[in-house]
Design a protein around this ligand. Structure first.
Ligand SMILES: Cc1ncc(C[n+]2csc(CCOP(=O)(O)OP(=O)(O)O)c2C)c(N)n1
Ligand SMILES: [Mg+2]
Length: 334
């Protein structure tokens, strides 16, 4: 069969323009800069509670979030800072939240990125119990079916949380109802200190999709363009009535589970190998090699990100703590 004939059978290739690629780079760099500053802040003992670095997950959170339309609903996980940022939660609101301030997303009810969302941005807060965001988001997708709305719901699950029982129940429900649902599996090879091989007997989480009769796609989770292309195709298929897709993004958790964890149990050579494929640096090198950006433009974006994050930190530090008299507001208190 000639190439032209085959091409007629393919879904349209999701092409990114040069300005869109620069936008993707900006979101990835902003995410990395934010994360670096948070880690340094907490290591200086200035933060409140625990905190999770998302280092290494930038291509996944940004590439998947970028494939959605504003009317679509997304429920990020604890390493999806990029999704929160590009959906419109400002660095100011997020950092203030991390310091427990009144100006934070939860008004001081919760710190870091657990449980914070903004429904006006179609952003559902992360549910700390894993993988409980999954059935909730499938429910959102089912509501789109009942209301005949051309919208899509997306959520994320880790390699570890993909082995919990709700993963099966939620995906089975989504597939039997042909829900407009996209599940992003962030396979960063560890769940806390447990390596993948100790908690499942197949190397690819995507293999599990066959059990639900839905596509299970594997992508390089450090290549933002690959993540975006797979996500865009799945999102538009779901919107067109083609049902759910599972996309497994292979990456590596580049730091410990949370700030307290030095990840001594992760072989150093493994981290060194993945460091060479750092998603932000990889994309930056590609943009320069393809003449989409020159080093001066890259430096300008980096500077812009530094300024934005410094502003967010200052804003958060100067914000007030919540008024104790409001302690029962916005929480479930029977
Ligand atoms: C039901 C439940 N049990 C235990 C935990 C504690 N916990 C938080 S994150 C985590 C590991 C999750 O691993 P994975 O799904 O691979 O995501 P990652 O942290 O690697 O991104 C665990 C066990 C939890 N949040 N919820
Ligand atoms: Mg994991």
């Amino acid at each position: 069969m000639a190439d032209g004939e085959l091409a007629g059978l393919q879904l349209a290739e999701p092409q990114l323009t040069s300005p869109q690629k620069l936008e993707l780079y900006y979101w990835m760099r902003l995410t990395r800069t934010f994360d670096d500053r948070v880690v340094a802040y907490w290591k200086q003992g200035r933060g409140v509670g625990g905190v999770f670095s998302q280092r290494g997950h930038e291509a996944i959170s940004v590439g998947t979030g970028y494939a959605l339309r504003p009317e679509d609903v997304v429920a990020p996980m604890h390493r999806d800072l990029g999704t929160y940022l590009l959906r419109g939660l400002t660095p100011r609101r997020i950092f203030a939240n991390m310091l427990g301030k009144a100006t934070g997303v939860s008004g001081g009810r919760d710190v870091n990125l657990h449980g914070v969302g903004d429904l006006s941005l179609n952003l559902v807060g992360f549910i700390s119990h894993l993988p409980h965001s999954l059935p909730v988001t499938v429910g959102v997708a089912l509501s789109f079916v009942y209301r005949k709305e051309p919208r899509v719901a997306m959520t994320y699950v880790g390699d570890g949380s993909s082995s919990a029982g709700l993963f099966h129940e939620a995906l089975n429900l989504a597939s039997t109802h042909n829900a407009p649902f996209v599940l992003i599996v962030e396979n960063n090879q560890y769940a806390y200190s447990t390596p993948l091989r100790q908690q499942m007997r197949v190397p690819d989480v995507a293999a599990r999709a066959a059990g639900y009769g839905i596509p299970g796609v594997i992508v390089d989770g450090n290549d933002v363009e690959a993540v975006y292309a797979a996500s865009k195709e799945a999102v538009e298929r779901a919107r067109a009535g083609g049902g759910p897709t599972l996309i497994e993004c292979k990456t590596m958790r580049m730091m410990g589970h949370a700030i307290h964890d030095g990840a001594e149990y992760v072989p150093r050579e493994l981290l060194e190998e993945w460091e060479k494929r750092d998603p932000v640096e990889l994309f930056e090198r590609r943009l320069v090699a393809q003449d989409i950006a020159d080093p001066t433009e890259i430096d300008e974006i980096k500077h812009r990100c530094e300024v934005e994050i410094a502003d967010a930190i200052e804003y958060a530090e100067q914000s007030p703590l919540p008024d104790p008299a409001t302690v029962e507001e916005g929480v479930y208190a029977p």
